[in-house]
Design a binder for this molecule. Structure first.
Ligand code: CA
Length: 557
């Protein structure tokens, strides 16, 4: 008798679980590398007229667009680690490009699998260790190659030795093929799926499929108003301009000739001579002409890569439409962070400035998300994992620091407890693109940035300073209001919130006490601190000029 009761209970449990599984949507998380909101039509930027992303725009038309989605650290590996773990960089330990997430800590995949989802990771992974917490993976090694890509898969040999190769193909095409193949041959239809589908494009240096060689070739790409006038009088601070503007050439790599160490004006004619007119000689042109040329080559290459992503998503969506999966799946599109497309004459990401900190975030699930909806709620990449788990019916694990914004997707309203703030921190002080270490807080209304300007040991100092921008009235961040008397209360209030936020999320210098000492030293930024900043500016300039003289690249100029 007892055995019979047990059987019935077991049957009921299984039936209940199966019903629950049928109710749960599939989750398709699509991410491109460095695809910024300015280059997505639905975000309505200066580039929208070029119609760069008709397919991606469909997700906005039929779903929800987030105007204020932010990454907490605008660079590849840390953003990916945060998305996978639901933890900030200082918690998951991926502060910079050297970090990795090993199996056992690939939390989002683990939780989805535990909940009965079939999990897969296809495309750019960039977290070094084997994605073993996924049921299936097919990932580019490291940054991967644009042309003739190869992928690491599970197989007879140990990670990372099982490779499949696609000579003659472009990575965006191959990644989409692999995902379609997984849908057709790898899917276990008894389970809902969680798939991460990640493109390498449009990461630098931008190599598109050859079929796009002529795309936009004859078009002068619309320029941002702050390309030419990159550093108007009110923009930035001694941290980004130096004392009496002495560091403008050395902070942030440039499109034009501003930065003598690294600029697209220097790099692109060497990397892509075929995109320059025959006999191109920068020495015969004005700085403005050189900047125009580099900008056009940069944006055409970038937008050709974007077009390749969009066309491939058209193929993927056609399959989902045909099979009926489209409406049974929560589909998310995002980039791992934003990107400077010449705003302030900057290239790359890393900055807390809007174009780099803001992520595109579109989500479509017609069963519960209203078509054509938009929200200005402040959400972050630390919230993505809890949100996807919520859609899968999984309660947020305690070790995740983000919060689910599923209710915002479904109602368009923020829960009363939803915080109007996002934390940001960039750690890789003066690496690669000459960005000083900084941290800050973003609300719907304001952005407070603190450039503390020091490396992991508190060394190689650049001048510290604070910047405040009024994001409602000055979305292009042209006027730093930190010292404006009428904003003194705003600054004081935001500083207090920033300190509390750092405490709440635990970013208080545990791993890098030397850096934290600098952060604390200039927190109040009194007259003595400002004087010290002027001295640090001069000292940094001396070191930089010496380094440039030693560098062969500079000698050749
Ligand atoms: Ca990236």
């Amino acid at each position: 008798m007892a055995a019979r009761v047990r059987m019935v209970v077991l049957f009921l449990l299984v039936a209940q679980w199966t019903a629950a599984a049928a109710d749960r949507p599939n989750i398709l998380f699509i991410m491109s590398d460095d695809h910024t909101s300015q280059a997505i039509g639905a975000y309505g930027s200066r580039l929208a007229g070029l119609n760069p992303t008709p397919t991606i725009d469909r997700l906005a038309r039929e779903g929800m667009l987030f105007e204020n989605a932010f990454c907490s650290n605008a660079i590849c590996a840390p953003s990916r680690a945060t998305i996978l773990t639901g933890q900030y960089a200082h918690t998951c330990g991926v502060h910079d490009l050297r970090g990795s997430i090993e199996a056992g800590r690939q939390y989002l995949a683990r939780e989805m699998r535990k909940a009965g989802y079939q999990t897969a990771m296809i495309g750019k992974w960039h977290l070094k260790k084997e994605p073993a917490d996924f049921d299936y993976y097919c990932v580019l090694p490291g940054q991967g190659k644009y042309h003739d890509p190869e992928f690491r898969i599970r197989g007879e040999k140990n990670w990372p030795k099982n490779l499949i190769k696609f000579p003659g193909m472009h990575s965006s095409d191959a990644i989409t093929d692999q995902t379609l193949k997984w849908f057709k041959e790898g899917r276990d239809e008894s389970k809902p799926f969680f798939l991460m589908h990640h493109y390498k494009a449009p990461h630098d240096y931008f190599q598109h499929a050859h079929r796009y060689d002529d795309y936009l070739a004859e078009v002068d790409i619309p320029q941002p108003v702050n390309l030419r006038k990159s550093h108007p009088a009110g923009f930035g601070s001694i941290a980004t301009r130096g004392y009496h503007d002495e560091l403008i050439p050395h902070i942030g790599t440039s499109i034009g000739n501003r930065n003598p160490r690294r600029s697209y004006a220097l790099d692109l004619p060497v990397k892509f001579p075929q995109d320059y007119p025959e006999g191109y000689d920068a020495a015969k042109l004005t700085d403005e002409e050189v900047q125009d040329m580099a900008y056009n080559v940069y944006l055409r290459k970038y937008l050709r890569c974007v077009k390749g992503v969009d066309d491939n998503l058209k193929r993927l969506f056609a399959y989902l439409d045909r099979t009926g999966l489209m409406d049974q799946t929560v589909i998310i599109y995002t980039g791992d962070q934003g990107f400077m497309l010449g705003e302030h004459d900057y290239q790359d990401k890393r900055w807390m400035y809007e174009e780099a900190m803001r992520m595109p975030f579109l989500i479509r699930y017609p069963a519960t998300i209203k078509a054509g909806s938009r929200t200005d709620a402040v959400v972050g990449n630390v919230d993505y994992a809890p949100t996807m788990l919520d859609f899968a019916g999984v309660k947020k694990p305690g070790y995740m620091q983000g919060r689910s914004f599923k209710p915002i997707c479904e109602t368009g309203k923020e829960p009363v407890t939803w915080p109007n703030e996002a934390y940001y921190r960039y750690w890789m002080h003066m690496a690669h693109h000459d960005n000083p270490g900084h941290l800050g807080i973003r609300t719907k209304e304001f952005k407070l940035i603190y450039f503390y300007g020091a490396d992991y040991q508190g060394g190689n100092r650049t001048p510290p300073a604070w910047e405040l921008y009024d994001m409602k009235n000055d979305p292009l961040e042209s006027t730093n209001l930190y010292d404006a008397p009428e904003y003194a209360d705003t600054v004081a209030g935001l500083k207090k919130r920033l300190a509390l936020l750092r405490k709440r999320i635990g970013d208080q210098g545990r791993d890098f006490p030397g850096t934290e000492e600098v952060v604390q030293e200039f927190w109040n930024y009194d007259a003595a601190d400002r004087e010290k900043a002027e001295r640090i500016s001069g000292e940094f300039l001396q070191r930089r000029v010496r380094d440039l003289k030693d560098s062969s690249k500079y000698k050749n100029r």
